[in-house]
Design a protein. Structure first.
Ligand SMILES: [Zn+2]
Ligand SMILES: [Zn+2]
Lengths: 278, 319
């Protein structure tokens, strides 16, 4: 691996996904909701049950006991190995996101207690280029898997991604193989891995770790698939059926073990891990 | 020679014209035709040299998709003996977009798995343009696991625009099928040599490409997304394929530099389709060489090195 070593710096707090302010409009039912109330319900609309997208930091705070955890592999970040330029250079996109306080690329990884049990959780950050998976995220998650192997710690991932990061070309594709090879070791070592899939989980993330959980859990209504719905529509030249590629559809087709509302996710993870972990 | 309906890329128009003329003259067989053929052959070679002297990444994509390029079954016919094709995933169906089975290479039994495209319109439809569905990936793994069970090495030929994006493929777990193969291939305790022969279309290619050695034909491509798809998303313009193809660094030379591939296999002048037998022989020699090297490794060494090979891919920085 080509790695450059730089000095360590402490990371700051990025903004949460739901816009700040006293009142928020629900993306599901268009009701105006009191922000504090939405926060108390873990950003699930109390009126219609719509699961709002949340930041990786909010996710980790919701899952870990007392919201306490320590970040892992915070020093790893993306570079621009392809010198990729579309409407603007990839290197500038990366810098702009880091300047906004998003220092952890598309995945924030934490270690802490979940129901009193030590676990490592990797939560994806959709605000970082659509949660796209590049080398940095691949490297961090692989290191997390290796840490799990060494310390016999269960792994939980919370996916939220449009897929592999185009700006890193085939190197991002290789992260699918790299992470999956790590999961092969975890599998052989019989260390539990639970995958949570949230809205959206598509492309290379679904086609690698997100579908490889010993247990796969979907959030209600989450779009989950390999190809995006627009690509499929263009290919088959017809409208897609209602509910296609939603978590409930995947449950029906045998791809998920369960669809669990956010309010029950933590308890579900605790119970599942208790059944699997030694 | 004529392969029917697929359009010839514009930059190859003159080459194809000369090739067609040459074929006509050779078929005639008269003295006069032979004389003219010699002149046409010379003109053809000059034109091929001219166009291939500096191919753009987009032109490489078009060459990689050339309708006369050797496909998996051509490599199997040309390099192996005693081919026994196996069908079906034992779960749902047989997928003609992937062929799998056992054959002999240098007299030794090996498993062979590869994407398969069609030559004419009918076969192209039958092979779904080389775009597998979940049952294709599951068949591929079933045969690879048979190989591991009986201690046979595995050879994979990669040539696909990508995994099929359709309703049925999604219903049956396209993503799960690919992911499962990635994890399972990492654990197979027999040598795996992969050759990217044409299009290495993203996850649909990778699902049979987790090997100890990954070789790539000179004019093949390997990418996270097609230039068309990338252009549509990032440039918001389908016609920006040239820029997208260049930006994606999808050529064999790029991928060798990033160590995604271990060796680039030279193609005959003008591309593999210009002299298929020569191209097929080159591929065969390379496969043999790598299989012989890998044969020395113990099963656990093999999988650990395979892990380290993929573990090392990617470029990151550390603060
Ligand atoms: Zn609502
Ligand atoms: Zn040999």
């Amino acid at each position: 691996m080509m790695v450059w070593f730089r000095r360590t710096s402490r990371e700051e707090r990025p903004p949460s996904r739901v816009p700040e302010g006293l009142w928020v409009k629900c993306e599901g039912c268009r009701e105006i909701l009191y922000r504090k109330e939405l926060e108390r319900s873990l950003f699930v609309c109390p009126r219609c049950g719509h699961h709002h997208r949340i930041s990786a930091r909010t996710r980790l705070a919701q899952l870990f006991d007392n919201g306490e955890w320590k970040e892992l592999f915070a020093n790893v970040y993306s570079t621009d190995p392809l010198e990729f330029v579309d409407s603007k250079p990839y290197s500038e996109r990366l810098k702009a996101l880091r300047d906004k306080g998003l220092k952890h690329d598309a995945m924030l990884i934490g270690v802490g207690k979940l129901g009193g049990r030590r676990v490592i959780v990797g939560a994806m950050e959709y605000a970082f280029m659509g949660g796209s998976m590049g080398s940095a995220m691949g490297e961090k998650l692989t290191r997390a898997i290796e840490r799990c192997l060494k310390t016999r710690t269960p792994l939980v991932t919370v996916a939220c991604s449009g897929g592999a990061r185009m700006q890193e070309g085939v190197l991002s594709l290789m992260q699918l193989a790299k992470i999956s090879a790590g999961l092969a070791k975890l599998h052989q070592a019989r260390i539990p891995f639970i995958s949570v899939l949230t809205d959206p989980t598509t492309g290379g993330v679904t086609a690698s770790f997100a579908m490889l959980g010993d247990i796969n859990i979907g959030e209600p209504g989450a779009l989950i698939g390999f190809a995006g719905p627009r690509v499929i529509e263009q290919t088959i030249r017809q409208k897609l059926p209602e509910g296609f590629q939603r978590a409930e559809f995947l449950l029906e087709h045998g791809m998920l073990d369960m669809v669990v509302p956010r309010g029950e996710l933590k308890e579900t993870l605790i119970r599942c891990l208790a059944h699997l972990a030694s | 020679m004529a392969m029917g309906s697929l359009p010839v890329p514009p930059f190859l128009a003159r080459v194809e014209e000369l090739r067609a003329r040459l074929a006509e003259l050779e078929a005639l067989g008269t003295t006069q035709a032979r004389e003219e053929a010699a002149a046409v052959r010379e003109a053809l070679e000059e034109e091929v040299r001219r166009v291939t002297a500096s191919l753009t990444p987009w032109q490489k994509c078009l060459l990689a998709r050339h309708p006369e390029r050797p496909y998996t079954l051509d490599y199997i016919r040309g390099l192996f003996t005693d081919w026994v094709e196996l069908h079906g995933d034992r779960r749902f169906a047989d997928d003609p977009a992937i062929v799998a089975g056992f054959a002999r290479l240098d007299g030794e039994s090996v498993a062979v798995v590869g994407h398969q495209k069609g030559r004419d319109t009918k076969e192209r439809l039958y092979r779904n343009f080389g775009q597998p569905k979940p049952e294709g990936y599951r068949k591929a793994l079933r045969v690879m696991e048979l190989a591991a069970k009986f201690g046979r090495p595995i050879v994979c030929f990669v040539d696909t625009p990508g995994a099929y994006p359709g309703i049925d493929a999604e219903e049956r777990g396209q993503a799960e099928a690919i992911a499962y193969n990635l994890r399972a291939m990492a654990m197979l305790e027999v040598p795996i040599v992969v050759v990217i022969t044409g299009e290495g279309g993203s996850g649909g290619a990778l699902a049979i490409a987790v090997g100890d050695r990954v070789l790539m034909m000179e004019h093949a491509i390997y990418s996270v997304i097609s230039p068309e798809g990338c252009a549509a998303i990032l440039w918001k313009d389908q016609s920006a394929v040239q820029q997208a193809a260049a930006a994606l660094r999808l050529t064999a030379t790029d991928l060798l530099r990033f160590r995604v591939v271990d060796e680039v296999l030279p193609e005959p002048l003008g591309g593999a389709h210009m002299a298929p037998q020569l191209a097929i022989r080159t591929v065969g020699q390379a496969i043999c060489k790598h299989l012989h090297e890998l044969a020395r490794l113990k099963p656990k060494e093999l999988t650990e090195r395979r892990y380290q090979r993929f573990r090392a891919l990617g470029v990151v920085a550390e603060r």
